[in-house]
Design a protein around this ligand. Structure first.
Ligand code: FES
Length: 106
């Protein structure tokens, strides 16, 4: 699991990005945490910089929206879902269990 940081450091309605092999964005939606791949599947945009509306985040570049619960885009130009990841909160710390990439042979 990857340590994201303290729960208090992810304000309501905000997101944090974890840089790594594959950047991950963690969103706080009314106290519920969701983690998805940070990079939009259309082009190179950070979804952590997008606009949050309920459980949807709008890509800041071309406005495709992604469902934080499923990773599915709501419409073009993005057509491919982002991966979703399990979020674990333990003793005030937030961790992400990154989902294996397709074909990673885990
Ligand atoms: S980069 Fe996200 S919709 Fe184009």
């Amino acid at each position: 699991m990857i340590l994201v940081g303290r729960l208090d450091d992810i304000p309501l309605g905000e997101a944090v990005r974890i840089d790594g092999d594959v950047p991950v964005a963690v969103f706080n939606v009314d106290g519920r945490l969701f983690a998805i791949d940070d990079t939009c599947t259309h082009q190179d945009a950070s979804l952590a910089d997008g606009w949050l509306e309920g459980c949807m985040v709008e890509c800041p570049l071309h406005a495709s929206c992604f469902d934080l619960r499923t990773g599915m885009p709501s419409g073009p130009p993005a057509r491919t879902p982002v991966r979703t990841h399990e979020v674990v909160v333990d003793d005030g710390l937030v961790y992400v269990r990154v989902t294996a990439a397709v074909g990673a042979g885990v």
